[in-house]
Design a protein around this ligand. Structure first.
Ligand code: SF4
Length: 449
């Protein structure tokens, strides 16, 4: 039997569908994907409040025949809101996030933890529409319930304003014949041999495939050789690097933020998926030969305390005397500071001063003034650092990237084990410290050109 997710998977890549059934042990999820799944489940449950007081059809671990029977009974009994409403038609099972009756007509809601409807959502809704209407339930509309990006939390969450429904009925109607033809083809794929499909763009879009590791192993040796990391002498545009360094004025602060971006706003004056800085690290050098001093801030993970206030006040103090503030990839820090100015106008003057001193340390690498093959054409800090300062490495750290840092801090809000909290906070401090120490060392290398 197919399901909504199997159908969507199979339409993207038949091999992925086949592997999902026959070699599930090869499926690998990154930490980021796991966090997205967890967040999606939490949002799905929360969104049920948009149509409250419904009945839950799935009482087992997974939707199946029992939940389909329950759904049928609920409809016969006149229940008007059903969560995980399950339907089986044409060898395909779907569980609708919310099926809700308004003015005597059914509406299908697919909950997505995004700020808008994406192209990939249309197929999700279309296959559900096909199965539900195939079971004889007429749908007035079918679409996506997603976050409303305009919503600003002030006080208690207002669920009806936090979410927004985008109807997709017209679009999904155009796909119904196609779905009817595709279902038998996908079922045939499941019964056959492993399809021979080469890797390509479809492995990354619309989602990174969870069988990427498996398929990569099957690549011929000569292709693997091409992507092996090479090391070589740097190519340096000396004049441009010196020009860049010459405009930098001491004292210098090296600044890095870590952020969380919860879909459901946690604090007043925040929006769905807004980046909320909770931590910074600053290395500070008064003069050229000065040993850098280190300052840091890590907010308490207390649900009633907005991490931004303490961060702003400490950051203003720690950067007070700087003339240059280095960041790596300015758009991120500048965007965070602009949001802080908008949400906390009482700090506008000091934050604007900080913003005007920002200088992007990525520039020499993005403009390829300084490059080595080890960087593999990338200017990201994680590629530039090992090329310029191989003695510094993220590999020894338990938290080694910004996404993990945000997820780990977010997890602290729900953690009551003191030893885990303590260890996570130590790991966060080590990670953010390395980010700004890396910038100090990279700048030293540039100065030597
Ligand atoms: S990695 Fe690519 S080719 Fe392999 S199963 Fe996934 S989508 Fe298909």
């Amino acid at each position: 039997m197919l399901s909504k997710s199997r159908y969507v998977r199979g339409m993207n890549c038949k091999k992925s569908l086949w592997l999902y059934k026959h070699k599930k042990e090869e499926q690998k999820f990154s930490e980021a994907t796991m966090a997205i799944f967890k967040h999606g489940t939490d949002v799905g449950e929360f969104a049920q409040q948009y149509c409250p007081n419904g009945k839950m059809a799935v009482l087992e671990d997974y939707p199946g025949y029992a939940s389909a029977e329950r759904t049928k009974k609920f409809i016969e009994q006149g229940v008007e809101t059903i969560y995980e409403a399950t339907f089986i038609y044409d060898n395909t099972l779907v569980a609708v996030d919310i099926l809700h009756k308004e003015k005597g007509k059914w509406k299908l809601y697919e909950v997505k933890s995004t700020n808008s409807t994406k192209e990939a959502h249309i197929l999700d809704v279309a296959i559900q529409y096909y199965v539900v209407t195939g079971c004889g339930v007429e749908l007035e509309d079918a679409g996506v319930l997603h976050f409303n990006r305009e919503y600003v939390r002030r006080g208690e969450l207002e669920v009806e304003k936090l979410f927004k429904f985008t109807g997709l009925k017209e679009k999904v109607l155009t796909l119904q014949n196609e779905i009817k033809e595709n279902i038998p083809l996908l079922l045939k794929t499941l019964q056959g041999e492993e399809p021979a499909i080469e890797m390509g763009l479809h492995c990354e879009k619309p989602y990174t495939c969870d069988f990427t590791d498996y398929c990569r192993q099957l690549l011929p040796e000569e292709i693997k050789e091409e992507i092996r990391i090479l090391s070589s002498e740097p190519e340096i545009a000396e004049y441009e690097v010196r020009d860049y360094v010459s405009i930098i004025k001491y004292p210098i602060g090296f600044l890095d933020f870590e952020t969380i971006n919860p879909g459901i706003p946690m604090f007043d004056e925040s929006r769905p998926y807004q980046k909320i800085p909770f931590q910074y690290s600053i290395h500070f050098m008064n003069s050229e030969n000065d040993e850098p001093k280190h300052y840091q801030y890590l907010a308490p993970s207390c649900p009633n305390t907005d991490p931004r206030i303490g961060l702003i006040e400490n950051m203003i103090k720690d950067l007070e005397n700087s003339k240059t503030i280095f960041v790596y990839n300015i758009a991120f820090e500048k965007g965070c500071i602009n949001d802080l100015i908008r949400d906390f106008p009482q700090y506008e003057y000091d934050l604007t001063v900080i913003k005007e001193k920002l200088v992007d340390l990525i520039i020499p690498f993005r403009r390829k003034y300084y490059r080595t093959e080890t960087m593999q054409g990338s200017s990201s800090l994680k590629k530039v650092l090992p090329a310029l300062c191989p003695e510094l490495s993220y590999s020894e750290l338990d938290i080694g990237d910004g996404l993990t840092a945000g997820n780990e801090f977010f997890g602290l809000y729900f953690c009551d084990k003191e030893e885990i909290k303590k260890k996570t906070r130590e790991d966060l401090l080590k990670y953010c410290h390395l980010d700004t120490l890396a910038m100090v060392r990279i700048f030293e290398v540039l100065k030597q050109v």
